[in-house]
Every structure is written in C-alpha cells, then in structure tokens.
Design a protein around this ligand. Sequence first.
Ligand code: GLA
Length: 389
Amino acid sequence: MKSQLPSEFRQRFGAPPESFARAPGRLEILGNHTDYNEGLVLSCAVTLETCFAARRIPGSVCTIRDFDFREDAEKNFDLNDIERPVKGDWSNYVKGMIQALRRRGFDIGAFEAGLRSTVPLSAGMSSSAAFEMAAGFALRELFGIELSNEEWALAGQEVENVYLGLKTGLLDQFSSIFGQQDALILSDFRKIAVLRTVPLPPGFAVAVINSMKKHDLVDSEYNTRRADCEEAARILRGIYPEVKTLRDVSPEQLKKAKSALDERVFRRALHVVGECDRVRRAVEFLDKGDAESFGALWFESHESSRVNFENSTPELDYLVELARSVPGALGARLSGGGFGGITIHLVKAEDAEEYARKVCAAYELRTGIRAQYYLCAPGAGASSEKIGN
Ligand code: GLA
C-alpha cells in the first residue's frame, strides 16, 4: 500500500508527500468492555492498516483525499474553523486530532494529505483509531511533535471522547500503537501500560468473520453500558471501600454483593468482572500451551456478552454457534464494542481458510447475508517516517 499512496499523492497534489504514517486496526482477543473500567485486556494489532501521507502547504486550508473512495473522496477545511465536528464528515477524525494536539500546546499548520485503508469500516476492528493514529503520526513528522506513545493514544481517545462525544476507552488507540508483530499484548488500563506480550498458541490464527450487520444505536448503547458499569462500581464502593472501578472487584465479592445491585446492573458488572478474570486465566493457559482451555474462554466470554452485557446480536450469536458445529475452532466470540460487527474464531492456521469459508456459507444460508472474513496474524504497531525529496 505504501508504494501506491505516495505516487497517488504526487499525481493528485503535484508534489511528493513529506511524511508517511501507517497505523493498524486491532482485535480485542479477551477483555470486553474492561478498558474503561481500568481493567486488563488481551489484544493485538492486525496487518490491516490505514496509511496517511502528507505535506505542508501555505495558508490555513487543508485538503485530505481518501484514495479508497469514489464519492465524497475529498475534504477541505480551514484550520480557523474546526472547533466543532461536522455531522457525518469523515475528516472529523483528522480535525479532532488537530484539536487534541492544540490542547497539548502544538501549533499545526496547513497541509494536504492522502490516505488509504484496508481496515474494514465500522466492523469492530477500530478503523477510526487507525485513522486517528495514522493522521496523528503523519502530522508528528510534519510539525516535529514530540509526545510519548501513551500520550498519542490519549490524544486519539480524546478525538472520540471530546470531539465526537463517544465515551470509549483507550483500547483501540493503545493497541494500534503498542501492537507487536506475532504477539498478543496484555495491557493494564489503570497503569496505561503493556504488562507483557503473549504469543498465540503455536500454529493457530484468528479468523475474523464480519456479520456485516450493526445496530443503529451502537453509540448510545455503548454509553449506557458504561454508565451501568460506573453505577455498579459506585454501589460496590459503599460495601468495599477499596473499590475504585469494577477492576477492583473479585468474582466472589461481586457474588456476595448481588442483592445490593439492581438486576441489570449486576449482570453488567458480572460481565466486566468475569472478563478481567478470563484475561488472567487466558494468560495462564497460554503460558502452559493449553490452546483448548484458552479457546473455551472465548465461548464463555461470548455467552457472557449475550446474557449479561447484552451487546450481542442474533447474527453474532449465530456465527459463534457455528464455531461449535463447523469443525476446526477452539473458541469464538464477538470482539470489540459489540452490537454487531465482527466475531473472532481461534483456528489452526492451516485450516483457517477452509473453516472461514464453511462458516460464511452456513451463515449466508441462514441469514441471506454474505459475510466477509479475514485471516489475521498479530501485526506491528503504528509507525511513521519523513520522506526525503
Ligand atoms: C470499543 C471501544 C473500546 C472498548 C471496546 C470494548 O472498541 O472503542 O474502548 O471499550 O469497544 O472492549
């Protein structure tokens, strides 16, 4: 993709780019909705990525071209007029990043830019975070911005939280930056740090199967789930004063406090506390080379999403059900925010293609929807470079 983008850029803008950045999408392997509860997550970056090339220009008007699009492919905005997002405008991600950098004291001049991406949009693989990080890193090279990688991830999260009003956690941007080739990362969102890397079981890959369906209300559902988690933590703090977030609650403590919580809020908490526990157990299983038990946790996680967190859909449930009948998968679950989008399936690398085809065929037969699949290996985190003329 890199070789293509600079030449497309040159064709469109009549000069070569000065900086080039790439940032991958991510997969949440285990640890669903734990990030904003300051919990643990096992995730990885993938080899699907967004590339962003840019060069400085005089004046205050920026132009961005998406070379993947035929329509609505080009956006212009004036740097003096980006305080608020424009509804439905894809360049909001770049404008939001400029605002986040300004808040950190950096002056961003005008630029023209081009992008391409292989991350599926709105599927649960963090196409937005990949976009934010690729744009941010390309601007870093153009304007000499020095920030730690943690701070870059926080700037990306601010695009969502402050500019766009979505109360998402840090997982997406963090994984896009800190992802490692051929390894999962175990992250702690209280410390905002990668605790360690953990390889997938040898010979295994992740088949990503996109249900191609998404609720309309994803954003508001996400925010209400988050509010339920905060409510649970607040009540539990009254019983266990050391509790700051759900991350601090053990499965036993939660069980004992059940009667203090509203039934729905209890189920939300059960999911998050269960996920933190499953992440810990997953690392133990992976260290022992126990792929089967690791896979079983994926099924458990999905079941908890379905019943407790209610962030699944009939389509996601069916894809996970197929993982139990189509031979080859050790586990499957929804991945990411939920309410539609992708499922991930733990499969032997050599059988992954055949497995994914069979699942997609069965899915189409039942739902009439043609699912897309991707065979993913963990990829490297975001990077950027200056390009000499
Ligand atoms: C979305 C959010 C993340 C995280 C996941 C669920 O991807 O952007 O911050 O909360 O959902 O784990």
